[in-house]
Design a protein around this ligand. Sequence first.
Ligand code: NAD
Length: 290
Amino acid sequence: MRIGFIGLGNMGAPMAANLVKAGHAVTGYDVAAAAPEGVTRADSAAGAAKGAEVVITMLPNGAILKQVAAEVIPAMEPGAVLLDCSTVDVASAREVAAMAAGAGLGSLDAPVSGGVGGAAAGTLTFMVGGTPEAFATAKPLFDAMGRKAVHCGPAGNGQAAKICNNMILGVTMIATCEAFALADKLGLDRQAMFDVVSTSSGQSWSMNTYCPAPGVGPTSPADNGYRPGFAAELMLKDLRLSQAAAEGADADTPMGALAAALYARFVEEEDGRGRDFSAMLPRFEGRGRT
Ligand code: NAD
């Protein structure tokens, strides 16, 4: 397929490279980043979109997505699909879908889980909102960039699934970290703590797969000085999106709100910026009751 790819950053560049590897013709654009090998560089977002059957965006936030969408939609041919893989707010995703539909285009919101490692390995999971027709068009691209694509319903539902998932992730990571810090203070060995919880009802992805305590469980950022991984500021971004969505939908999310407040403090007032989101463990260990 002929693909336009806008936003060739940490995630976009390896995703575009995997499309090239699968035999697609990819034209890319980024305001700053260079195009990876095999991707033809365009001079503008509209230039990358022209003549493409699918235009993929992988951008920092909803405001930038809307700006780029306004630029690329007039350059796209009727019937083409705008596929946004960024993590943005549900409202922006639905606005962009309406803009695309108004121009006779298909569109999908398809945020990803799996991080830069998954993007490089082509093992991402896509959570997808949009029409079944647009989903069918993009399916071979999901297969080239990832391992799984779940169609979650109409426009915006991919972003809804992503922020609900990451709200659970933020909350369970904090709970896992504070439990390890408590266990330490109670004199419980970390390995014993891991062996019990990872096979008991307190288990979660945060404990079993991405353990915040160094030296126990599978290798994780904790074993690498808490280098990300998934940076604390990206977790904060996603928790803020979930809280904005909860406010808009009148949903009661007290644990999500507290997780957002704790990550905000960690990133903006403490030493969390640039560290993995599991570095909440040394944060809790260094503190007494607050
Ligand atoms: P990044 O900052 O590395 O990449 C974003 C790219 O967009 C940059 O290269 C930037 O120059 C480019 N850009 C900004 N404005 C532009 C414009 N107007 N036109 C063209 N290009 C523009 O970020 P990333 O880590 O690649 O993340 C991209 C998206 O994926 C974000 O929404 C993020 O929340 C989401 N995400 C990231 C991860 C991760 O682990 N990094 C995991 C899942 C989801």
